[in-house]
Design a protein around this ligand. Structure first.
Ligand SMILES: Nc1ncnc2c1ncn2[C@@H]1O[C@H](COP(=O)(O)OP(=O)(O)OP(=O)(O)O)[C@@H](O)[C@H]1O
Length: 245
């Protein structure tokens, strides 16, 4: 269940901790159903920017203006969130974790939503784990459940903070394939440390510098459309760029 694709415009994003600015007046625009990765050196403020957009930072030094591609204000329900830690509730089964968002929003139990959750678990090869508690799952399986829970939200905009960094390389590759197909109608803004991952998944890459500047990384077209050799060159360029920041 998804709603109409929406773009995202972020304007005047500013954040200060204890009076010291982390970034000021940043802006970015994402077109509907596109995937943008945000890269930058450790500590430059990537997660903070994502949390600000998600409405998770309401501190005194936090300011941002958000709208969709048509200039309309975006309600909180427009955003879904997925992070590095799966944050599954250990006392709930997998399927209960998937349906928790409905319960928290006061929706009564629905067999249609349960069927939707089961179908999603089947797609993610987890149908036999529906009644299991998260602790019996592997890290990769838990991250797939976290992806399923994100997908259960009909939110058109998905904010992801290093969602695949805690799993091994093969599981990460599988998650990339699944996420690419299952999120194809969503607008995704994803923080990653991994230039290769960013080039593999993105329509666009943005780089946040330690001085708080946000700039597009230009590799001559959508990164995910590059050939393997072009991608290898672009990856080297990105690593060099990040290394000099
Ligand atoms: N709630 C907070 N209060 C005070 N300082 C904070 C808070 N959250 C983050 N910071 C500081 O803001 C800076 C940016 O943190 P942030 O987590 O956004 O960086 P990042 O680019 O995502 O880093 P990494 O790549 O290592 O995850 C860091 O110096 C961090 O210590």
């Amino acid at each position: 269940m998804t709603s109409t694709p929406l773009g995202l415009t972020v304007e005047e994003a500013s954040l200060a901790y204890q009076g010291t600015p982390l970034f000021e007046n940043l802006s970015l625009t994402l077109s509907p159903s596109s995937w943008c990765c945000l890269l930058g050196r450790s500590g430059c403020g990537k997660s903070s920017l994502l949390r600000l957009i998600a409405g998770l930072d309401t501190s005194k030094g936090a300011k941002v203006r958000l709208s969709d591609h048509a200039g309309n204000a975006l309600p909180a329900q427009a955003f879904a969130w997925m992070a590095q830690q799966d944050a599954l509730f250990p006392w709930l089964s997998v399927i209960e974790n998937l349906l928790l968002g409905d319960r928290l929003q006061g929706q009564s139990k629905s067999s249609a939503r349960r069927a939707e959750a089961i179908a999603l678990l089947e797609t993610l090869n987890l149908a036999d784990k529906a009644e299991a508690r998260p602790y019996v799952l592997s890290g990769g399986q838990r991250q797939r459940v976290a992806l399923a829970r994100t997908l259960m939200r009909p939110s058109p905009i998905v904010l992801m903070d290093e969602p695949f960094s805690a799993v091994d390389a093969i599981t990460r590759y599988d998650l990339h394939q699944l996420a690419t197909s299952l999120l194809s109608d969503r607008t995704v803004l994803m923080v990653t440390h991994d230039p290769g991952e960013a080039l593999h998944l993105s329509d666009r890459i943005l780089v946040l510098s330690p001085s708080g500047r946000l700039a597009p990384f230009d590799c001559g077209g959508p990164p995910k459309a590059l050939s393997l050799s072009q991608r290898a060159d672009a990856e080297q360029e990105l690593i060099t760029l990040l290394g000099h920041q």
